[in-house]
Ligand binder design. Structure first.
Ligand code: ATR
Length: 280
């Protein structure tokens, strides 16, 4: 049986759950693979990627290398081109390198299919204007929300996204409207244990709140949301697993009758996170 060599390239990369997720997909679908974490020091993306591809079948890319990966590939999917970021590299039938971005479709799958939170005609607020946000805006827009507002601590960056993604509108944090249907946090503030300076009035008990970050227990942003109103919250674990499921299908879809079951992988990781919290 062929063992396919895959990996994730990034910096940092030691925290990545991608090896675990892809090994669970592999076990469920009868595919044999190795999946490595590959550290990319500053400025070395192309040489690390080329070395990996000497024997590698394909690979994922995490922060901060997604833009470098977009420049590295021979051709890119629409999602990757719009995001100017690539998170999955595969080889085409003629041996060229193709870049995809499954982050946006992964987020939409989690919102719409897993959570049952449709976007169509809804008033949506996205907080943040870094790579995580620019990677998902095109996919959110494709769901035809009624409004897609973007806000960011550094307002210029939100305005820049408004220019890049027709259909979005940039708002300064102190000018936001009230009562959004869906609020998505795409900032990294929670990772440094900081709160965002957005008005609580963006949230009502009818608002659904999604944090693209995940971890044991309720994330800092989602805790803040629940203090504003009794709203529904979800974190980004589902997005992580869904983007991986789409990457897995890019590599192995032709060999498989069905996509791997992402729900069981989400449940396994969630149980592990809950257990870690209890053991603390
Ligand atoms: P990523 O690729 O993960 O999006 P990034 O490009 O560094 O990382 O972007 C981080 C995002 O989190 C930015 O929108 C950043 O706001 P600024 O553009 O103003 O820097 C946001 N962010 C990080 N820490 C924050 C904080 N404490 N408060 C508000 N926004 C924060």
């Amino acid at each position: 049986m062929t063992t396919f060599k895959l990996g994730v390239l990034g910096n940092p990369v030691s925290h990545s759950r991608s090896p675990d997720i892809h090994q669970q997909f592999a076990a469920a679908t009868g595919i044999s693979l190795s999946y490595e974490k590959v550290f990319v020091s500053d400025g070395s993306f192309n040489s690390v990627a080329n070395d990996f591809l000497d024997s590698g079948f394909g690979f994922n890319i995490t922060l901060p290398c997604k833009h470098d990966a977009w420049q590295f590939v021979d051709e890119a999917s629409d999602h990757a081109r719009q995001a100017e970021a690539v998170n999955t590299i595969s080889r085409t039938a003629v041996g060229t390198l193709r870049g995809d971005n499954t982050d946006g479709p992964g987020l939409v799958n989690d919102l719409v299919q897993n959570l049952g939170w449709p976007l169509k005609d809804r008033k949506v607020l996205v907080i943040g204007a870094g790579g995580a946000v620019s990677g998902v805006l095109a996919s959110l827009l494709a769901e035809a929300p009624g409004a897609l507002h973007v806000t960011n601590r550094t307002h210029d960056k939100a305005q820049n996204l408004e220019q890049r993604f027709a259909g979005t509108k940039a708002f300064a944090m102190d000018r936001l409207q009230e009562g959004y249907d869906l609020v998505i946090n795409g900032t990294s503030a929670g990772l440094s244990h900081q709160d965002l300076k957005i008005p609580g009035s963006v949230i009502t008990e009818n608002t659904r709140c999604y944090d693209m970050i995940y971890g044991p227990g309720t994330t800092r942003f989602n805790q803040w949301c629940q203090k504003q109103a009794e709203c529904e919250v979800a974190d980004g674990l589902g997005m992580l697993v869904e983007q991986a499921g789409l990457a897995f299908m890019i590599w192995f879809g032709e060999q498989l009758d069905a996509a791997p079951d992402t729900q069981s992988v989400i449940s396994t990781i969630r149980n592990n996170l809950d257990q870690a919290l209890k053991d603390d």
